[in-house]
Design a protein around this ligand. Sequence first.
Ligand SMILES: NC(=O)C1=CN([C@@H]2O[C@H](COP(=O)(O)OP(=O)(O)OC[C@H]3O[C@@H](n4cnc5c(N)ncnc54)[C@H](O)[C@@H]3O)[C@@H](O)[C@H]2O)C=CC1
Ligand SMILES: O=C(O)C(=O)CO
Length: 327
Amino acid sequence: MKVFVNKRIPEIGIHMLKDAGLEVFIPEHENLSHDEWLSYCKSNDVILSVGGEFKYDKDFFAECPNIKAIALYSVGFDHVDIQEANHRHIPVGNTPDVLSRATSDVAFLLMQSVARRASYNFEKVKSGNWGDFDPLHALGQELYGKTLGVFGLGRIGFEMAKKSQKAFDMNIIYHNRHQNKEAEEELNATYVSFEELIAQSDVLSIHANFRLEQKELFNTSVFEKMKENAIFINTARGGFHNQKDLYNALAEKKIWGAGLDVTNPEPIFKEDPILGLSNVCVLPHIGSATIEARNGMAKLAAENLIAFSKGEKMPTCANPEVYSQNS
Ligand SMILES: NC(=O)C1=CN([C@@H]2O[C@H](COP(=O)(O)OP(=O)(O)OC[C@H]3O[C@@H](n4cnc5c(N)ncnc54)[C@H](O)[C@@H]3O)[C@@H](O)[C@H]2O)C=CC1
Ligand SMILES: O=C(O)C(=O)CO
């Protein structure tokens, strides 16, 4: 079975595929054009897919009927038309759990960085403006006993809530598609409406899996209902927030600040005015960027394709319903 891996991943994953007798193709250079990517998809049987820039939509599946399985090097699968994959009986593997702590660590980092204005103060030092001790300048806010609102309390959201409660004794509220009994029992989390989540959160952290129908759910109509001391954190997908509305809310100090690990578009344009604000911290989508998480993702993606090559179910599949469909 021929595997197309569109970008370098930790060697452990490649070795696993080769040891299982699969033929692995990795292009010489990385930043593939769409046409290059498509031509490589057409000449292989399955894909180990890194990154979200290439979309697995109806057009793709029509152009590449040869592709029988996709193993994503991510837990998010919003760049895949799952309905079309199911229709074509194509399993789509993903990499949950192994990156949950790492990603929640970045949300936790952003929360603290914004609360204590780390970016602003670091920029001051870098530009030689250490400044005299000023009891009233660039003060941050403390998080102890404040309310963390989680939009999408799943694997990563749970880790974020757990460490925020442990470190700062934060009160946890959440809004989800389904109630999370484990979080309610272990973290004393309270399920609230979307409106209550927005109004009551001192820190609002987005951890839902993105779907197009939720595009720009967080916009001016939301930001104007948030507390003035509120911190907006997004480590899920940039599509969840309207970036211009967020800029306006921050510039007009409608909210305290924002921490983003995901933006719209990605990479963010360096001219984006949001980067010039003193109450923002933006990171370049590094949530899963640890040695441990990225190795774990490589192992899971390889295991998914090896299972497929043996006619077995993928251990971690974004569309497990594909296995229960009539052939
Ligand atoms: N910044 C980064 O590098 C990374 C970002 N991510 C993002 O984080 C997302 C979450 O990952 P996991 O926690 O593993 O997924 P998960 O599936 O365990 O949790 C997502 C939660 O969101 C909830 N949800 C979905 N849509 C919702 C809606 N409209 N309203 C309320 N709740 C909703 C679901 O019920 C679920 O509990 C991924 O889909 C991905 O987009 C994941 C890993 C790394
Ligand atoms: O896993 C994901 O969904 C990411 O965004 C990157 O790890």
